[in-house]
Design a protein around this ligand. Structure first.
Ligand SMILES: Cc1cc2nc3c(=O)[nH]c(=O)nc-3n(C[C@H](O)[C@H](O)[C@H](O)COP(=O)(O)OP(=O)(O)OC[C@H]3O[C@@H](n4cnc5c(N)ncnc54)[C@H](O)[C@@H]3O)c2cc1C
Length: 329
């Protein structure tokens, strides 16, 4: 089936995808962008922006508590948690609609729906109106990442959250256990702790913010502990027991042998598209090479490279280490 033709189709309208589509259009190419959720991707809608909006609130709240140090008085200080969350959602929404405007301004065609590689330089998009076929000699996969489900620690949205639940929570928690002390974990711990929850952070490595310089980790840990946050490093959450009103975590501290894969919190979504595509059968003149570079008990690290269709030139390329469950479910 022939479809609408473009010079380039970008799948995914996060910061990677929308900037790519704009630049392609500025360079004179006809560009389309396919997005199944919100323009601006995770960063604008569920990542960088809404977290910073929440942190701004908690920063102000913290500062107002110190008003006396500045000769000011602020009494009866309180907050409306729903309004705090609403503000963060509004800020995210405003920036996401700014991306829509940028698409129009740069004459990038936006196709709303779920994109799938259909072979031969084609992308099938399931839209509200049905399936739409697009075609282009160049296809860019900018599909971002998805939250990784840790076996036994699966999110349910009620007591166990992913970052999305934490950004639009069902309630303000009294106590919060944050698994992982990367930037995202520490930001959520900081926000909720400052707003009054007792936050405990569990980190498998021997320091918080383990990808930052050691001095930063030491400084950050001191600052957070001074605020009363509990931090356990060299610790692993082994299991969760879920009850109606709480979750109990079994934590092992010291000497845990954790595989490299277990430290990667989010999975590249390109794997969804590439695996999907592999299943649907490659065209005769396309090739893909996938090899397992490391295999663990539950996860294998797989490298997929050189997706090429000689007839239509390169139509997709994905190179990297992907984590794939080695067994179903
Ligand atoms: C809580 C949190 C806080 C963060 N804070 C920061 C920060 O402060 N600073 C920072 O630099 N980074 C931060 N990040 C990381 C940042 O959000 C990501 O690095 C960034 O969003 C990646 O951009 P991307 O374009 O690759 O993918 P994404 O932003 O994930 O966008 C991918 C898009 O592709 C779409 N998509 C996927 N598959 C399909 C398909 N088949 N069809 C159609 N559409 C599809 C998705 O709906 C999504 O909109 C944060 C992330 C999180 C989760």
């Amino acid at each position: 089936m022939a479809g609408k033709s473009f010079d380039v189709i970008v799948i995914g309208a996060g910061p990677g995808g929308y900037v790519c589509a704009i630049r392609a259009a500025q360079l004179g190419l006809s560009a389309a962008i396919v997005e199944r959720e919100h323009m601006g991707g995770i960063c604008l809608n569920w990542g960088c922006i809404p977290t910073k909006a929440l942190l701004r609130t908690s920063e102000l709240y913290h500062q107002i508590h110190r008003a006396g140090d500045f000769g000011l008085s602020a009494e009866g200080l309180d907050f409306d948690f729903d309004k705090v969350i609403d503000r963060s959602r509004k800020v995210a929404g405003q920036l996401a609609s700014g991306v829509d405007h940028l698409m129009k301004k740069n004459k990038v065609t936006v196709v709303r729906g779920d994109g799938r590689l259909a072979g031969g330089g084609r992308v099938a998009v399931v839209t509200e109106a049905g399936e739409e076929m697009l075609e282009a000699p160049h296809i860019v996969l900018a599909t971002g990442a998805r939250a990784r489900e840790l076996p036994g620690l699966e999110a349910d949205g009620a007591r166990v959250w992913t970052y999305r639940h934490a950004l639009k929570p069902p309630h303000m928690p009294e106590r919060l256990l944050v698994i992982g002390s990367g930037a995202i974990g520490m930001e959520f711990a900081s926000f909720y702790h400052t707003m009054g929850a007792q936050a405990t952070v569990v980190e498998v490595q021997d320091r918080v913010l383990p990808v930052e310089d050691a001095e930063i980790s030491t400084f950050a840990r001191k600052a957070f502990e001074k605020q009363g946050m509990e931090i356990r490093t060299g610790a692993t959450v082994k299991s969760l027991a879920r009850h109606a009103d709480r979750v109990t975590a079994e934590i092992e501290q010291g000497g845990a042998d954790i595989q490299l894969e277990d430290r990667t919190p989010r999975l590249p979504k390109t794997i969804d598209l590439t695996v999907d595509y592999l299943r649907s059968g490659l065209p005769r003149d396309a090739y893909a090479r996938a090899r397992v570079v490391r295999s663990g008990r539950r996860y294998a690290s797989v490298q997929v490279e050189g997706w090429q269709d000689n007839r239509d030139r390169m139509f997709a390329q994905a190179t990297g280490h992907f984590l794939m469950p080695t067994r179903e479910g």
